[in-house]
Design a protein around this ligand. Structure first.
Ligand SMILES: *[C@@H]1O[C@H](CO)[C@@H](O)[C@H](O)[C@H]1NC(C)=O
Ligand SMILES: *[C@@H]1O[C@H](CO)[C@@H](O)[C@H](O)[C@H]1NC(C)=O
Ligand SMILES: *[C@@H]1O[C@H](CO)[C@@H](O)[C@H](O)[C@H]1NC(C)=O
Ligand SMILES: *[C@@H]1O[C@H](CO)[C@@H](O)[C@H](O)[C@H]1NC(C)=O
Ligand SMILES: *[C@@H]1O[C@H](CO)[C@@H](O)[C@H](O)[C@H]1NC(C)=O
Length: 232
């Protein structure tokens, strides 16, 4: 693509912006359109629009970091080293819900993988603003479920909730909820080992008072709904 002078370029950009708005507006009314930038469907999601793009779209559609992979039933997004299912998008709040495919939500006894750390996205940090002015994808939730495996029972820490379905006579598995920060291995009892962690919920959905007393069954409900990622 040539760039014949800055002022010409900016006029072109402005007309392109107006043009895209017109195209989006028109596409909305003719159900589709073949310019590649019109709202699209992906998995079970409908009317997906900017800043998201679909794999295979022209490069000037959407933002590359927000490219979705689509199958007939799932929309996926790649963030850092992981691929996540996108289950809902809220454009008003500029966030979307994701589920980690490594967490088996069909299981009655889910456990995050120990070697699969969720990406650490700090919401609002200086480093999170990309050169194009977009915030890099950042987890929006304050909460994480942290799993530990202990060689003896922990009876003096009420934050540790037993996970009976993963425990045996010589291995006691617990989950606890961490707020505002990743699971801290430093706070583990010396006879306990780290098993895995997963963020859950959104900014508002869960109240810390309730979570402090949440059982593994309650936490399973939360982590099965996934967590939110801020996109702008
Ligand atoms: C979308 O986000 C806005 C702003 O956070 C919120 O008020 C609204 O309830 C959300 N919509 C849904 C369907 O969750
Ligand atoms: C997920 O859990 C279900 C129910 O326990 C089980 O049938 C299925 O094999 C599990 N899937 C994976 C990938 O482990
Ligand atoms: C629980 O007891 C162990 C000793 O058995 C001690 O090292 C640990 O600090 C105690 N934890 C809490 C949270 O009181
Ligand atoms: C917990 O640790 C014990 C002993 O190392 C091991 O046998 C067991 O499989 C572990 N449990 C989980 C859920 O990883
Ligand atoms: C949590 O449980 C403890 C002991 O069962 C209880 O005293 C406390 O009020 C509960 N906190 C909340 C916020 O429900």
């Amino acid at each position: 693509m040539g760039n014949p002078g800055a002022s010409h370029h900016s006029i072109t950009l402005q007309s392109l912006t107006v043009f895209s708005l017109v195209v989006v507006f028109a596409a909305d009314h003719v159900q589709g359109g073949d310019d590649g930038c019109s709202p699209f469907s992906c998995g079970h999601l409908r009317d997906i629009s900017y800043p998201f793009r679909q794999r295979g779209d022209p490069l000037d559609c959407g933002v590359e970091a927000y490219e979705l992979g689509c199958t007939s039933s799932k929309a996926t997004i790649h963030i850092n080293t992981g691929t996540y299912y996108v289950t809902a998008i809220n454009y008003t709040g500029s966030y979307f819900w994701v589920m980690d495919p490594n967490l088996n939500t069909s299981s009655s006894c889910p456990l995050p993988l120990w070697n699969h750390l969720p990406y650490i996205g700090y919401f609002g940090g200086i480093d999170s603003v990309s050169p194009s002015g977009f915030l890099y994808l950042a987890t929006q939730s304050y909460y994480r479920a942290c799993f530990t495996n202990c060689s003896r029972a922990v009876t003096n820490n009420s934050a540790y909730k037993p996970v009976a379905c993963l425990s045996a006579s010589n291995s006691h598995v617990y989950v606890w909820v961490s707020d505002y920060m990743p699971c801290m291995v430093e706070v583990l009892e010396p006879y306990c080992g780290y098993l895995g962690e997963i963020p859950f919920g959104d900014e508002y959905s869960s109240d810390w008072g309730q979570l402090q007393n949440a059982s593994y069954a309650d936490i399973t409900q939360f982590i099965s709904k996934g967590f939110t990622v801020q996109f702008l």
